[in-house]
Design a binder for this molecule. Structure first.
Ligand SMILES: Cc1ncc(COP(=O)(O)O)c(C=O)c1O
Length: 419
C-alpha cells in the first residue's frame, strides 16, 4: 500500500499554524514543478506538446505563474479564468477557451487575448461571428455520444452530457468554417474525469486520430492540433496507483505513428488540459478539531467544512486524512469527520478508521490541490479559507488571504434597514 506522506513535519506545520490560523489550503510548489516536468518529459516525443492547465481546478494566479514558468498554458472556462491567465502572464495561443453556453463577453475577451477558441456547439459559429468575429484558428469540442462508452459521475456519460458536438455536426462545422475563411483547425474532446486506467487515454487518442483522418479525407482539412482534454485521475486512496504517464504517452505515440504519420498528417500538435493530476496531490487542507461528539456514532468536528472542500459531500469522494503527529498510532477508532454546515452530508470522512483524536488535533486532508478551494462556496455564511504556498526553500507565502466577514457582506447594503 502506498504511503500518504506530508511535505512538512509536525514542527514545521505547527509553526505555520501559529502565523496562519486554520483552516487553510497549502500547496507544495516543488512537488508541483517536479510533477509537471514528469508529464512534459513523458511527451517529449510529441510535436510541440502542450498542457493547458485547467484553471478551474485551482484558479490562483500564483499557481498559474509557477505552471507558466514550467511551460504550461491555461484552459479557461469563463471570463474570470481568462483574466486570471492574463494576470499570470499568459497570452495568445498559450490560452484556450473551452466554455459551454458561452456568453459573448467570454468570446470577446478570448479574441482580445488572441486565445484559441474551442467551440462547444455548431450554433456558436454565428454567435461568435456576430459578437467577436471569426478568428483564423478554431477548434471544436467533440462529443462521441453512443460511439464511446464511459463517463462517470463527474463528467457524465457522453450520450447524456451537454458538452460538444456530434460526429455529423463536427464535419459540418469544419466545412462551414473553411468556407468562411478560417485557416487553422484544432480538435478537442473531454470524455472522462478522474480516470486511473492508462488504456482509456490511449483509446481516446485513437478515436481522435481516426476522426482527424476522416476530416482530412472528407474536407481536405489538415488539423493542426488535437486536445485530449483532462481527466487523468489521481490516487486518492493509499491503495491506488498513479497513472503511469509513460504507458499513456507510448500508447499515444504508437497510434500517432500508425495513424497520423502514416497518413501524411504529421506534424499534429498534441495538447492536454489536465487539472487534477497537475496540482491535486500537492495541495492539503489543514484544519483543527473543534469538538468531539458521541451519540449513535462518534463525530469529530473540524473548523473546516464542505465549503472548503466539497468533493466528499458531492461525490462521496475519499480524501485521505492524516492526524498530525499521530501517523504511527494504531487506527483504533472509527469516526465521522464533519464540518459545521447545517447539512448532514458535510462530512470529510464517514466511518473512517483513525487514531484516537483529541480536541485541538490538526487534521491534514490530502489531495485537496485541485477542485478543492476552487469549488468553495459561502453557504451558511461560511468564509472561504486562505491559500498558502510552501516554497521550494521551505518558506510559506500567502497566495490568497482568507475571506473576512467584511468580504462576505461586501455586496449587501445595510443602510436604512433598522428604521
Ligand atoms: C473542459 C474541461 N477540461 C479540463 C478539465 C479538467 O479535468 P481534470 O481536472 O479531471 O483533469 C475539466 C474538468 O471539469 C473540463 O471540464
Amino acid at each position: 500500500m502506498a504511503e500518504k506522506k506530508l511535505p512538512f513535519t509536525k514542527e514545521q506545520l505547527t509553526e505555520v499554524i501559529k502565523q496562519y490560523p486554520t483552516p487553510f489550503h497549502i500547496y507544495d510548489e516543488k512537488a508541483i514543478r517536479q510533477n509537471v516536468r514528469n508529464l512534459t518529459k513523458a511527451f517529449a516525443w510529441a510535436p510541440e506538446f502542450k498542457e493547458y492547465f485547467a484553471v478551474k481546478a485551482t484558479p490562483n494566479p500564483h499557481i498559474l505563474k509557477v505552471l507558466r514558468e514550467e511551460g504550461l498554458g491555461a484552459d479557461c472556462s469563463s471570463l474570470s479564468e481568462l483574466i486570471l491567465a492574463e494576470k499570470a502572464g499568459m497570452s495568445g495561443e498559450e490560452i484556450i477557451l473551452t466554455s459551454n453556453d458561452t456568453p459573448a463577453i467570454e468570446f470577446k475577451k478570448a479574441r482580445e487575448l488572441g486565445a484559441i477558441i474551442n467551440l462547444d456547439d455548431i450554433s456558436h459559429i454565428d454567435y461568435l461571428d456576430k459578437h467577436a468575429g471569426l478568428p483564423d484558428m478554431i477548434s471544436f469540442r467533440y462529443n462521441p455520444g453512443p460511439l464511446r462508452e464511459g463517463g462517470n459521475s463527474i463528467i457524465g456519460n457522453p450520450e447524456e452530457s451537454k458538452y460538444g458536438v456530434t460526429r455529423k455536426q463536427l464535419l459540418d462545422a469544419y466545412r462551414i468554417m473553411k468556407a468562411r475563411g478560417v485557416k487553422r483547425f484544432g480538435l478537442h474532446t473531454m470524455v472522462i474525469s478522474n480516470e486511473l486506467d492508462p488504456q482509456y487515454f490511449i483509446e481516446t487518442a485513437n478515436m481522435m486520430f481516426d476522426l482527424i483522418i476522416e476530416i482530412h479525407r472528407t474536407l481536405d482539412i489538415k488539423v493542426e492540433f488535437v486536445n485530449f482534454g483532462g481527466g487523468i485521475g489521481i490516487p486518492y486512496r493509499p491503495e491506488q496507483e498513479a497513472v503511469d504517464l509513460t504507458i499513456v504517452s507510448q500508447g499515444i505515440k504508437k497510434a500517432y505513428e500508425t495513424k497520423i504519420a502514416a497518413n501524411g498528417l504529421a506534424p499534429l500538435k498534441i495538447a492536454m488540459e489536465c487539472g487534477r493530476m497537475i496540482t491535486g496531490p500537492y495541495g492539503y487542507l489543514v484544519s483543527t478539531v473543534l469538538h468531539k461528539k458521541e451519540i449513535y456514532k462518534n463525530y469529530v468536528g473540524l473548523d473546516a467544512c464542505m465549503a472548503n472542500l466539497m468533493r466528499p459531500a458531492l461525490y462521496g469522494a475519499y480524501h485521505h486524512i492524516t492526524v498530525l503527529g499521530k501517523e504511527e498510532w494504531p487506527l483504533g477508532y472509527i469516526y465521522d469527520v464533519t464540518g459545521s454546515l447545517c447539512e448532514n452530508n458535510d462530512k470529510f470522512a464517514v466511518n473512517r478508521k483513525l487514531p484516537m483524536i483529541d480536541i485541538g488535533d490538526v487534521l491534514v486532508i490530502h489531495d485537496a490541490g485541485a477542485h478543492g478551494h476552487a469549488m468553495g462556496f459561502n453557504y451558511n455564511g461560511k468564509l472561504r479559507s486562505a491559500e498558502l504556498m510552501l516554497k521550494p526553500d521551505g518558506s510559506v507565502e500567502t497566495i490568497r488571504r482568507a475571506e473576512t466577514i467584511e468580504d462576505y457582506f461586501a455586496t449587501l447594503d445595510f443602510s436604512g434597514l433598522e428604521k
